[in-house]
Design a protein around this ligand. Structure first.
Ligand code: SF4
Length: 301
């Protein structure tokens, strides 16, 4: 049952990190309008099951007035709210409070602060640390979001026997991470990649909605468009088995998707997402309404 609507307020970002699964960056297209946000929230409220609204990106603070107005509207509708940010704006604790205080008044319940080597390299005194201190002083719930770089770890079984090396760290291999980070990593046989290990594809409890109206159950995997059909209707009529990509993924993961469409592919992949994302990219022209926008696959729209 759907509880959360996460708006990708914009695909633009002041960074262009190697691990970004949405391929965001300074030149990326797409920004929400306030009217669209309000319209979708009104419909989400009528669904009754939705209780939280998040504003993400890209970097949502790049459109600060829109973010603030969106939070106010979400508060008026009675939603819990969250924001995810790289905190570039938190140049000091005092300045961070200037940005955060109005958002607290606008109803911000929680903020996730991306603080990791992808965003800030070896820097120890990072903007997210300023933002964290400011949140504590203002009484805003917050957490750090930290994605580790992929590293090769040796696996041992319960008898202490060494197995095949595995990939550690918390990088997700979709989007730009596939282009930038998979080289040199240990890979697995494609035939063993038989399930989706990260998302509840048949009954998502949260969806991401982008500025083009796409409703994503995984980055770039779309179940409909809210500019064509309200979210409430779309969720009601969603038939996962009949979805041309989700159907095969539910039956047997990326391996089944490859078989079903006879997609030429490598023998080995880092994990399920690496294989799935690569297969989806080769199906873009066949299923443009379900695999969108193209920029999430590193291609021009
Ligand atoms: S990339 Fe594919 S396997 Fe990975 S979470 Fe998304 S749908 Fe599931």
């Amino acid at each position: 049952m759907l509880n959360g609507v996460h708006f990708l307020l914009t695909y633009q970002c002041n960074f262009g990190c190697d691990h970004c699964f949405l391929y965001c960056g300074p030149g990326t297209e797409g920004v929400f309008t306030f009217d669209r946000l309000e319209e979708i929230m009104m419909d989400a409220k009528a669904m009754r099951s939705v209780d939280n609204i998040y504003f993400e990106g890209g970097e949502p603070f790049l459109y600060y007035p829109l973010l603030k107005a969106g939070l106010e509207a979400a508060q008026d509708f009675g939603f819990e709210t969250g924001v995810v940010t790289n905190s570039y704006w938190a140049t000091s604790v005092k300045d961070a409070k200037l940005w955060l205080e109005p958002l607290k008044k606008a109803g911000l319940s929680y903020i996730g602060l991306s603080d990791d080597p992808f965003h800030y390299g070896d820097q120890t005194d990072t903007p997210p640390k300023n933002a964290h201190r400011a949140c504590q002083e203002l009484g805003i719930n917050c957490d750090y979001f930290c994605i580790d770089k992929p590293k090769v770890e040796s696996a041992t079984d319960r008898y202490g026997e060494k197995g095949e090396p595995i990939v550690g760290g918390s990088t997700v291999f979709k989007g730009r991470a596939v282009e930038k980070l998979v080289q040199g990593l240990p890979m697995k046989d494609w035939q063993g990649l038989t399930s989706c290990t990260r998302e509840i594809l048949d009954d998502p409890n949260r969806v991401h909605i982008d500025p083009f109206g796409n409703v994503h159950v995984c980055q770039g995997l779309v179940i409909g468009n809210v500019f064509e059909q309200p979210l409430s209707k779309l969720m009601k009529s969603f038939n996962p088995e009949a979805h041309p990509i989700i159907g095969p993924l539910m039956k047997g993961g990326p391996a089944q998707l490859a078989r079903e469409y006879s997609i030429p592919h490598q023998e080995r992949y880092v994990d399920e997402c690496h294989f799935c994302y690569t297969l989806r990219k080769s199906l873009l022209d066949e299923f443009p309404q379900f695999l969108s926008p193209r920029q999430v696959y590193g291609l021009p729209n």
